[in-house]
Design a protein around this ligand. Structure first.
Ligand code: C5P
Length: 400
């Protein structure tokens, strides 16, 4: 695995304890054959010396607008154009705030504002600073500007407190960058919405109606789309799988109604929506506000009411140029049922799973699908890993 050879990387370092970890990141990048230009904030230099960084990167470290003794101007514009990507690690609350609001009072922020390539931001700060609404809002702005946030981990912090705010480990940041350069980038600039997992329909405060969906197919699709350059939002029912790529935003929901509300917010802004969730068709009409006790009720009756059809609802508001993809899980008359759903929900393509195929379906790491396009053409695939199936599905989407 080495996709970083010869790549131009601007490594931005801010003033936080985690700056010591940037040295390891720099070493990993240099060892992989990348050319790294370090840009450090004035506060960063209090934590790590430019001498160490320039020795490892074999380039003078940039920090000031002018080199003091020669008066030479350091061009942030040139650096921004030179970079194949920029990674800011650690990114402090202060720099994140400046980046979000264009406060260009140091070389790092001016370089960021001039950067034409993908920017990765690895925050590191104390848990309370991390949790502050102002930090959250600034990170949200950065995400909206297309930057990829490499989420900090939870763990022991320099303050001695334990919580979220520890910069992601250098090896992990390195992997994110390597992955960025490895994939085909045919979804660059596209926004994708994916629904994944089951829904839980509340019966009482401790019980629900659910199903066996693991979310693995939806998350594999999200990883594939993100690796190919898309900005991905997963609206996810309760699952234990986690998104690995930091470019994936997860909106957690429980019920079908919550899933619909989240999707309706995101759908108008996306180019592609893939409905992979196993949405419960029915929900209890009344939710008990206390736990149902067998001592009190002998034979409780749960009245079910129909849930909204998310795919069909989005299908009604689909605009020119948007693609809506659905899934069909069938036990019999597979193609007939899938074609009916494709038409009824106004889909552009439907991915068919048959319960009759071994290794395809709930909980497994493999799947076997057929794809039916709105023009009636079909594609059949063999049993593959869910990630490979995801790649086939995305290739088919792009063929539309
Ligand atoms: O009608 P059926 O449930 O078989 O359709 C499956 C497709 O519709 C899947 O893409 C699923 O995610 C979507 N769906 C939905 N909302 C529902 C039921 C299904 O979005 N309430």
């Amino acid at each position: 695995m080495n996709n970083l050879k010869g790549k131009h990387i601007v490594l931005g370092i801010c003033g936080g304890i985690a700056a010591y970890k940037s040295v390891s990141l720099l070493r990993l990048l240099v060892k992989a054959g990348a050319e790294v230009q370090v840009v450090i904030t004035p506060a960063g230099k209090e934590f790590i010396t430019p001498v160490t960084l320039s020795a490892l990167s074999q380039k003078p470290v940039v920090s000031e607008f002018f080199t003091a003794n020669t008066g030479q101007w350091n061009s942030h514009v040139d650096l921004g154009l030179w970079a194949d990507c920029m990674v800011i690690a650690p990114a402090t609350a202060s720099t994140i705030g400046k980046m979000a609001h264009g406060i260009a009072d140091n070389m790092l922020v001016t370089t960021y504002l001039s950067a034409k390539s993908q920017v990765f931001v690895a925050p590191a700060m104390d848990l309370d600073m991390m949790a502050h609404p102002s930090t959250t809002a600034n990170l949200e702005l950065l995400r909206n500007y297309g930057n990829i946030i490499i989420e900090p981990e939870s763990g022991e912090l320099a303050s001695g407190l334990v919580g979220k705010g520890r910069m992601e480990e250098p090896e992990k940041i390195f992997e994110v960058l390597d992955r960025f350069f490895s994939s085909k980038r045919d979804l660059e600039g596209k926004k994708v919405l994916i629904t994944a997992g089951p829904t839980h329909e509340k019966i009482d405060p401790v019980r629900f109606i659910g199903n066996h969906s693991s979310g693995k197919m939806g998350y594999a699709l999200a990883e594939e789309c993100a690796a190919r350059g898309a900005e991905v939002t997963i609206v996810s029912g309760p699952v234990s799988v986690k998104a690995a790529n930091p470019a994936i935003r997860v909106v957690p929901v429980e019920s079908a109604r919550e899933m619909l509300a989240a999707c309706e917010e995101v759908f108008p802004h996306v180019d592609i929506a893939i409905m992979c969730a196993a949405v419960a068709d029915y929900a209890p009409r009344d939710v008990y506000d206390h736990k149902i006790k067998r001592e009190h009720i002998d034979a409780p009756v749960i009245h079910l009411v129909k849930n909204p059809d998310i795919a069909a609802t989005l299908g009604k508001s689909k605009r020119e140029g948007q693609l809506l993809i659905g899934f069909a899980l069938e036990t019999d008359n597979e193609f007939g049922n899938a074609e009916e759903k494709l038409a009824r929900k106004n889909l552009d393509m439907i991915v068919l799973n048959s319960m009759r195929d071994k290794g395809a379906c709930f909980g497994t790491d493999t799947n076997k699908v057929s794809i039916i396009r709105a023009d009636g053409t079909t594609l059949d695939f063999g049993l593959k890993s869910k990630r490979e199936v995801a790649a086939d599905i995305i290739d088919a989407v792009l063929s539309l």
